[in-house]
Design a protein around this ligand. Structure first.
Ligand code: FAD
Length: 525
């Protein structure tokens, strides 16, 4: 075996030289994107529009783009605007409802819609109906305490212009007219309440991502390599990165040198960040949470429901496991999903390996990981309970939302895998986070994205932030102009500027063919 070890550098060198000879352009691209999900797609399109001469190589370990979290059946397709997701508006110890996070998410989604509207207007996306639909977003709760919370949430949110147009009711008949199936078979004396926001959306992040990769593939200087897994990355003395990529069938290695690398590998980002050995990446760990949906197989039921209905998470459950009953539009077909049911698997990717979690444990993250584990025993217990659920138990949970649900009308489907971020913490030793964490090298030559929430909906704001941190050209007048062409509100705050928000919303609603009637009424009110 010592012999093969001795040969390795020589073999790599030969392959690199061969590759350099074959295509000198692709072996030293300006930018390398690892992973072909929505984050890499968004960053690639933004960079190519900012600088048409830029060269980009994209490496994806699977045989097609967007086969992990960004694909339609692997996520819930909610255009997260914080209209209905109760975990974005926590109740504070004094009883009031905190709206800061909700406003930020609502604003980020408006920015995403601006960029997507630009892609439609410039022909990158053929038709908005391929990826975005207007589906009302509703919150639905029962019991005095929850009804009181929802009313407080409604009052707090509607004082902000981004949430204007939200409706609230405790009247069973009115709720029945909004979501008849949810009210069918329900006790007439039950205390219930609901909010509705007509401007909600369902997004097929899979088709959106594919459209962006189709565009990128047509551009000069962009290469997409499927079936290519990034295995290692090393910083060179001159500050550039040498990236080792393996062709998955032949296991042949190739080397690519670049000035900037984005680790957009979803659940696969943590192991690659560890391999980069940048000091900023030390101490991070990951906690994988898998998911499953119940998918309705009865067209008569699917037809009768037209909303995304989010409820309240049960005590001890993680925020991303808030149950919801979702109308989806996937490849032109209407669907109905309920879930997600959480679970535990040591895989970091749906198509990953059971060794992912054990191999991610290093000396520099073992302490935060153990501390996070000790502080999150209720979560572990919750996940064990979820894994143990029988089909009947799952339908019982669904009956909270659809009292008449029958087991035979629903099929179980595996959703995408999320890896929650574990971070060092001075006080606690380590904490488990449910948001997204962008890690960048101090010299801006590498960025990695960890975590999964609010995810794809806020991909544009996240990638704008990445560009601001890693590309000094972002400040130039040329790039600033390009930003404004793609995102007209760029540099201004939609959360603070009501008039700009109304104008922007009216434009995106029109270009993305979302329902405008209620918006017009609001604008003239
Ligand atoms: C159950 C669930 C529900 C969700 N619901 C919503 C929702 O309703 N709304 C919302 O906005 N977001 C939602 N999300 C989050 C959203 O799906 C993700 O934030 C988003 O898709 C992440 O995109 P990404 O590009 O970072 O990762 P991914 O789409 O996972 O792409 C990463 C890619 O990297 C590849 N890869 C990994 N390792 C390597 C390697 N070493 N070399 C080369 N390639 C590699 C993978 O194969 C994959 O194709 C949900 C997620 C889950 C799991």
């Amino acid at each position: 075996m010592y012999f093969s070890g001795f040969c390795r550098p020589l073999t790599y060198y030969t392959l690199f030289v061969m590759n350099t000879k074959k295509s000198s352009k692709t072996s030293t691209p300006d930018v390398v994107l690892i992973g072909a999900g929505i984050m890499s797609a968004t960053l690639g399109v933004l960079l190519k529009k900012l600088n048409p001469a830029i060269t980009i190589s994209i490496f994806e370990r699977l045989d097609r783009v967007t086969a992990e979290s960004s694909d339609a059946w692997n996520n819930a397709g909610t255009g997260h605007s914080a209209f209905c997701e109760l975990n974005y508006t926590p109740q504070l110890p004094d009883g009031s409802v905190e709206t800061k996070k909700a406003v930020k998410i609502a604003e980020s989604f408006e920015v995403s819609k601006e960029f997507w509207a630009h892609l439609v207007e410039t022909g990158v996306i053929e038709s908005p109906a391929t990826f975005i639909y207007n589906i009302p977003h509703m919150s639905f709760v029962w019991g005095n305490e929850n009804v009181d919370y929802l009313h407080k949430r409604y009052t707090a949110l509607t004082s902000h212009h981004l949430f204007r147009g939200m409706e609230y009711t405790e009247d069973q008949e009115e709720i029945r007219s909004w979501i008849p199936l949810v009210m069918k078979g329900r006790d007439k004396n039950e205390k219930v309440a609901a909010t509705r926001m007509q401007l909600g959306t369902d997004v097929n992040f899979g088709t959106l991502t594919r459209a962006m990769f189709n565009y990128l593939e047509e551009q000069e200087g962009v290469e997409l390599h499927l079936n290519h897994e990034v295995d290692d990355l090393t910083r060179k003395k001159d500050g550039s990165w040498m990236i080792e990529v393996k062709e998955r069938d032949s296991r042949a290695s190739r080397y690519v040198q670049t000035k900037f690398v984005f680790i957009g590998a979803g659940g696969g980002s943590l192991p690659l960040l560890e391999k980069s050995r940048i000091p900023e990446g030390k101490g991070f760990g990951g906690f994988p949470v898998s998911g499953q949906w119940l998918v309705c197989n009865k067209p008569e039921i699917i037809e009768k429901h037209q909303a995304k209905v989010y409820g309240k998470a049960s005590v001890g459950s993680p925020p991303m496991s808030v149950p919801h009953l979702d109308t989806r539009m996937i490849d032109g077909q209407k669907a109905l999903l309920f879930g997600p049911y959480a679970g535990f698997s040591t895989k970091f990717l749906k198509n990953g390996s059971y060794l992912d979690l054990p191999l991610s444990i290093k000396l520099n993250n073992i302490k935060p990981m153990l501390a996070a584990g000790i502080h999150n025993i209720p979560l572990t217990k919750y996940l064990i309970d979820q894994v143990r659920q029988s089909p009947e138990d799952r339908v019982e949970a669904l009956r909270d939302y659809l009292p008449d649900a029958k087991l035979e009308d629903w099929d179980l489907l595996k959703a995408g895998q999320r890896v929650q971020v574990i971070k060092k913490d001075e006080k606690e030793g380590g904490v488990l986070e449910f948001g997204t964490e962008m890690v960048t090298a101090a010299d801006g030559s590498l960025a990695a994205l960890l975590g999964a929430s609010p995810g794809a909906s806020t991909s544009v704001s996240i990638m704008l932030e990445l560009i601001a941190r890693c590309f000094p050209e972002a400040k130039s007048a040329e790039w600033q102009n390009e930003f404004k062409k793609m995102i007209p509100s760029y540099g201004q705050s939609l959360a603070k500027n009501e008039e700009l928000a109304a104008k922007t919303r009216a434009w995106t609603t029109d270009v993305l063919h979302l329902n405008t009637s209620h918006l017009e009424a609001e604008l003239t009110a």
